[in-house]
Write a protein of this length. Structure first.
Length: 107
């Protein structure tokens, strides 16, 4: 059973490999991505300006911002190409039974 710091956001059936979804956890809009069966969670809002990364293209473990094309690592949150210079936050993920839970920010 997931602890109280984790919130169920989706089931695995809703997120096929290569797909992304956007979920709300508290005040945060979070991108959840399935990369070859590994689930990652990051800020959905780009660190450069206001765009939802979940509307961009997933390329392996990187997401491309749909507005200006910056690439971010889903594993580290670091920007990998301009114009973004600031990282996005990454969050703990737990998969239990068929459910995806999002936890605190990974520091
Ligand atoms: S808003 Fe994402 S790169 Fe500009």
């Amino acid at each position: 059973m997931a602890d109280a710091n984790f919130e169920k956001v989706a089931s695995l059936d809703e997120l096929a490999a290569g797909d992304t979804i956007s979920v709300e956890v508290g005040d945060d809009q979070i991108l959840v991505a399935n990369v070859g069966g590994n689930i990652y969670a990051t800020d959905d809002v780009c660190s450069h300006a206001y765009a939802m990364l979940s509307e961009g293209d997933l390329d392996g473990d990187q997401i491309e911002c749909p507005l200006h094309g910056a690439l971010f690592s889903l594993i580290t949150g670091e920007p990998l190409s301009p114009p973004a210079g600031e990282p996005i936050r990454i969050f703990e993920v737990l998969v239990e039974d068929n459910d995806i839970y999002i936890g605190p920010e990974k520091l």
